[in-house]
Write a protein that binds this ligand. Structure first.
Ligand code: PMP
Length: 401
C-alpha cells in the first residue's frame, strides 16, 4: 500500500537528524536509509564483478544489476530493459547521444534545436557536436514565463532540423514545456527528440510508451539514489545504430589485433567495470519509492513552495521566477546581490543555491545575472519555510541597513 505521512517520510532521511534545513533538492536529493543501507550492504557483503566472475555471489550481483535495468524500464513504462543504458548521469547520457548517435548523422548546415531554458548539460554537448560537424544550434526561445515558447516551434522546424533537445522541467523555474506537442512537431519535421529528464523524473515520471521521444536521460541522485549512476533510454532501433564512446572490457563479443566486434545494446555502451554499488542503490531507491504515494508527496512539497513563494513575494524588491505550483523557484531582490543574501541565509544553517544554476542562457533571457533558488522535497516542513523566511528577513535587515 502506498502512503505518504510527512513526518514518517522525513524520519527516513538520516541527514536531517541534526535538524538541518535542506532546500537544495534540485541539486541533489538526500538519501533515505533504505538507499544508504543497500549501498553499505553492497560493499559489506558483495564480492565479484558483474558479467565477469563466475562465483555464485557474482552471478547474484549480475542478476540484481540486470534486474534493476528492468525496474528502470518499468518505472519509465517502456517494455524492453535493453533500451536502458547505464551512464554516470544525465550529462554523460546526453553526451553519449550527441557523440555516439548525432555526430555521424549531422551534416554541415543541419540544425539542432535546443530550448533556451536548458541546463548546460543539454546545450554544451550540442554546441560541441555542431562545432565538429558544421551543424548549427538553433535557439528555441522562451516566453515571458521562461518556458520554451511552443508557438515559436513550428516556425523553427525546417527540413534541416535533425535533433530537438528539450528538458522536461526547468531546474530554475520548475516550468514544464508541452513535450507532447513539441515531439509531435519534431516528428512531422523528421527530427529526433532528446529529453533531459533530470528534474522532470522526480516530479512527473514519464510514460515513454505514450511520450514517444527518441532518447530520455536522468540521474539517480536526484531521485533519492546514489551519485555516479544515471540512465540513457533510447529506442531499440536507434541504440542498435549508435556507436559506443568507450572501448574496453565487456563491450565486445570478439577482439584480436585485427579488430573487434561490438556487443549488442545496451552492453556495448558500458565498457569497463560499471558502478555496481550505484545500481544497487538505485534499485533500493526505486523499491523504496514504490511504497510512497508520490502524488501526495509532491503535493506536500509544492504546498511548501507555494507558502515560501507567497511570503517572499511580499518583501520589497523580490522578483520570483516560478512556474505555477512548482516545488522549486528562483528569486532576486532589487539592488542586492544574490550571493550576499545566500551567504547570510546559509550562515543560518539553510542550504539553498545561488548563481546561474548551469542555465546561463535562461538567466540572460530572464534579464538577470544570477538568482537564489530554493527547491523543496517531501521531507521539508512548514518549519523549514518559516526558517527560510526569517533568515531572509534577517539578511535583508543586515544588507539594507
Ligand atoms: N539537466 C538538468 C535540468 C539538471 O537539473 C541537471 C543537474 N543539475 C542536469 C541536467 C545534469 O545532471 P547531472 O549533473 O546529474 O549529470
Amino acid at each position: 500500500m502506498k502512503s505518504f505521512n510527512p513526518s514518517q517520510f522525513r524520519a527516513q532521511f538520516p541527514a536531517l537528524n541534526d535538524g538541518s534545513i535542506y532546500l537544495d533538492s534540485a541539486a541533489t536529493a538526500l538519501k533515505p536509509g533504505a538507499v544508504i543501507d543497500a549501498t553499505t550492504a553492497f560493499y559489506k557483503s558483495s564480492g565479484g564483478n558483474v558479467h565477469r566472475s563466475h562465483s555464485a555471489q557474482a552471478q547474484q550481483l549480475t542478476e540484481q544489476y540486470e534486474n534493476t535495468r528492468t525496474m528502470v524500464a518499468q518505472y519509465l513504462n517502456t517494455p524492453d530493459p535493453n533500451t536502458i543504458v547505464w551512464t554516470r548521469g544525465t550529462t554523460e547520457a546526453i553526451n553519449l547521444v550527441a557523440q555516439g548517435f548525432a555526430r555521424s548523422r549531422l551534416l554541415a548546415g543541419d540544425e539542432i534545436i535546443v530550448s533556451e531554458a536548458e541546463h548546460h548539460a543539454n546545450l554544451v554537448p550540442w554546441l560541441m557536436v555542431a562545432e565538429q560537424t558544421g551543424a548549427r544550434v538553433v535557439k528555441w526561445p522562451v516566453n515571458s514565463e521562461g518556458l520554451p515558447d511552443i508557438q515559436q516551434l513550428p516556425g523553427l522546424m525546417t527540413s534541416r532540423c535533425k535533433i530537438l533537445a528539450v528538458g522536461q522541467m526547468s531546474n530554475v523555474t520548475g516550468g514544464q514545456p508541452d513535450l507532447v506537442q513539441a515531439i509531435t512537431l519534431a516528428r512531422q519535421a523528421g527530427a529526433y527528440v532528446v529529453v533531459d529528464g533530470a528534474q522532470g523524473i522526480v516530479h512527473n515520471p514519464p510514460d515513454l510508451t505514450t511520450l514517444d521521444c527518441d532518447f530520455y536521460a536522468f540521474s539517480a541522485h536526484k531521485l533519492y539514489g546514489p551519485t555516479g549512476v544515471g540512465v540513457l533510454y533510447g529506442k531499440a532501433e536507434l541504440l542498435a545504430e549508435m556507436s559506443p564512446l568507450l572501448g574496453g572490457g565487456k563491450m565486445i563479443t570478439d577482439v584480436s589485433f585485427d579488430g573487434y566486434t561490438v556487443q549488442s545494446a545496451p552492453w556495448r555502451f558500458e565498457a569497463g567495470t560499471p558502478n555496481m554499488a550505484g545500481v544497487a542503490g538505485l534499485n533500493a531507491a526505486l523499491q523504496w519509492l514504490s511504497q510512497v504515494d508520490t502524488a501526495q508527496a509532491e503535493a506536500w512539497a509544492c504546498q511548501l513552495a507555494d507558502s515560501a513563494a507567497h511570503q517572499l513575494a511580499k518583501r520589497p524588491g523580490v522578483r520570483l521566477f516560478r512556474a505555477p505550483h512548482a516545488s522549486l523557484f528562483a528569486f532576486t531582490v532589487d539592488g542586492l546581490h544574490h550571493s550576499d543574501i545566500a551567504t547570510l541565509i546559509s550562515s543560518a544553517g539553510i542550504a539553498l543555491r545561488s548563481g546561474q544554476h548551469c542555465a546561463q542562457p535562461l538567466l540572460a533571457a530572464l534579464g538577470v545575472s544570477g538568482t537564489l533558488r530554493v527547491s523543496f522535497a517531501p521531507y521539508n516542513t512548514p518549519d523549514d519555510v518559516a526558517a527560510l523566511v526569517a533568515a531572509f528577513d534577517q539578511a535583508l535587515s543586515i544588507l539594507l541597513d
